[in-house]
Design a protein around this ligand. Sequence first.
Ligand SMILES: Cc1cc2nc3c(=O)[nH]c(=O)nc-3n(C[C@H](O)[C@H](O)[C@H](O)COP(=O)(O)O)c2cc1C
Length: 126
Amino acid sequence: MNAVRYCSRGGNTKLLAEAIAEALEVNASSIENKVENNVDTLFLGGALYAYGIDKELTEYIKNLDASKIKNVVVFSTSWISKHAIALIKKGLKEKNIPYVDEFIYARGKPSEKELAKAKEIAKKYR
Ligand SMILES: Cc1cc2nc3c(=O)[nH]c(=O)nc-3n(C[C@H](O)[C@H](O)[C@H](O)COP(=O)(O)O)c2cc1C
């Protein structure tokens, strides 16, 4: 079973999450919804707001149950840099939750091409 969780203030990361979820045939949820069951791959997305990820996303990662999550694929839509991906991975590392090097990225609002690429990557984990 795979799961998709996102933290999105403006909707860009949510769009990417929904494309990933469509490819996986699951629903994308915001981080308000905790992961209840065991997850093979958690797709976890966020963006940068003034150089940092949302505090709620930081808290969400801190509260993840490492025993339920086998693997994580990180995604982001930050404008300038992919730093959000590094920050999310740092939080995962602190929890000893495995993640793959591969990530899914769009710069701001995802284009059709970026959405298609996201789906292509997600399908590998079905
Ligand atoms: C208040 C604010 C601050 C931002 N700060 C940064 C930043 O420091 N670095 C960056 O790369 N992008 C920054 N961005 C761009 C967002 O990361 C980008 O628009 C992202 O797609 C937003 O995702 P969302 O629509 O899912 O909330 C900022 C956007 C906003 C609204």
